[in-house]
Design a protein. Sequence first.
Length: 218
Amino acid sequence: MENIQQAEQLDFSKVWFMFQETDRKFQETSKQFQETDRKFQETSKQLKETDLKIQEMKEILEAQAIETNKQIKNISKKMSEGETRWGKFVESLVDGDLLNLLAARGIDITVTNTRTKSRDKNKPFEFDIIAENGKDVVIVEVKTTLSVDDVKDFLNDLANIRDLLPKYKDKNIFGAVGYITEEGASTVFAQKKGLYVIRATGDSSSIINAEDFKPKCW
C-alpha cells in the first residue's frame, strides 16, 4: 500500500513538473509572440510613416516639377521675346542701309517691305526683307547668328521663289543674307552660292562681298 502511494506521489510529481515545464514554455512562447507582435506593430507603424513621408516627398517633387516647368516656360517665353526684339533690331540695321548698299552694287531699289508672309497654307513662307524697283527684286534673310543650315534653308526657298511669289516671275530675283555673327563658314558658303552677304555692325551695315562679285539671279 505504501509502495502504491509512493508511486502515485511520484507520478503526480512528474505530471506536476511536466505541467509546470509546459506552462513555462507556453509563457515563453506567449512572451515571444507578444514581442514578435510588438515588433510587427512597430514595423507596420514605421512602414506607414515611411509611406506617408514618401507620399509627402512625392507631392513636394510634383509641386517642384510644376514650378520648374512654369519657370522654364517663362524663361523660354522671355528668350523668345528677346530673340524677336533682337531679330527686329538686326532687320532694322540691314533695312536702314539696304537701299544705299544695293545702289552701290548697281541695283537701284525704290521700296522695301519687311516680314512678308504667306496666307496660303500650302505654300508657307516668311521673308524678312523684300526690296524691289519694278524690274529687280532682292530678298533678304536676316539672322542674328548665321549658320550654314540657315543659308541652305534660304536657298531652298529661293529655288521655289517664282512659285511662292508669282508676281515676281518676270523680275530679276537676287538673294541676300544679313547677320551680326556667324557659325562656321556660313558667309563663305553663302557667297559661293551667289548670295549677297550683309554684315550688321554697330548702328549700320555693309556688304562684305568683293567688288567684282556676281550675284546669282533666280
